[in-house]
Design a protein around this ligand. Sequence first.
Ligand code: PLP
Length: 435
Amino acid sequence: MPQKFYSTKSPGQFVGLKEAVLRSLPADNGLYMPEHIEPLSADFWGNWKELSLSEIGFEVSKVIFRDSVPEEELEKIVHQSANFPAPLVTLKKQEHVLELFHGPTLAFKDFGARFMARLMGWLTREDEGLLTVLVATSGDTGGAVASAFHNVPGTRVIILYPKGKVSELQEKQLTTLGGNITSLEVDGTFDDCQRLVKSTFLQREMAEDLNLTSANSINISRLVPQSFYYFEAAKQLPDAVKPTFVIPSGNFGNLTAGLLAEKLGLEVERFVAATNRNDVVPAYLREGEYRPRSSVATISNAMDVGAPSNFARMENIFGNEWESMKARVAGFSYDDQSTRETIRRIKAETGYTLEPHGAIGWLAAEEWRKLKPEAQTVVLETAHPAKFLDVMEEELGKGAVAIPERLGCLADLEKVTIPMMPDVEVFAEWLRSIG
Ligand SMILES: *Cc1c(COP(=O)(O)O)cnc(C)c1O
């Protein structure tokens, strides 16, 4: 039986993989979840530590997408997307960092975006007309999605990003590819961008005319490949060590993927959500009340989210029970000043360069180990420091971060972008105009 997907708002109604992936957002404004998530087989656990990242990914994908994609296709999709390493670096005895930035755009989002692009390509292989991928980005998503879809036949990508709120090189990643990639510079916040995207999907007729799909982390096909590297991290720890994963979070896709990994049978001590001042989820964990609000700008801009889109999935996983979520997920938040201090301090103490998102994770890991001294913390380092060069040079000095070639070569390219008002009607009009 192929896997079926339900909306978090209507758990009794199901769609198939193609609809879940291409629609992205159910009509009731919930989020798709797979009906069955069974633990991986005894066979898998017999030798999982010998498997490569993409071999693990294939086993995970078979469970989640069961019978919806032929195995040999699925294997190809996984091998072509999870094709860069996720090394675990141990800085002190119990303090580990999982480097997720070795993909083409230097952020963990490459894992999800590359998988999604290939899966969408396969799902629409016989369809007529162009698939339009709509994506809102606070920085890294857009770059990863643009790179993943660039020159994929039958697709075009429209990226919305908040004006003045992404770094210069991030912006170059969004605005220099050309071809089937168009970027819109929205005069507003990330939440405005996300609102424009959501509103377009809710206008069913237009969504259908444009053959619209979303690449935000609301898309289930982006989430699943992000669970692969939780196994990869655990695999690199000494036997019998149960990791505490510390996850710098914005829309909480990464953390939700960790919860998926746990449902698939991975042993995890605890999840720790680390946020910047946009602390809606830590506040919920503390107080039991969920109060989304407007985001504020910080130096860890990929986490400037005031209404985390994956929160509905987290609630769903925990049966809408605050107590259950609180028992598995801890939450901490930090301001820019402590983020900056941490970048300097950890460089001095260990020689390791954390970028702002990872630094927030590090702070949460330290706080957690004060409560649980025996914890082995794995901080997900979600991006390469070179993506946040301004901050890094302010804290560590000019030239402190070497810029990888694939980023550096963008600096001289010219940005091509279209200005956009943060207005649903104006945006809809523009979409109609491009047809
Ligand atoms: C996207 C992103 C995050 C937040 O991830 P979510 O899955 O949205 O919680 C954290 N750090 C970096 C560098 C990112 O690009």
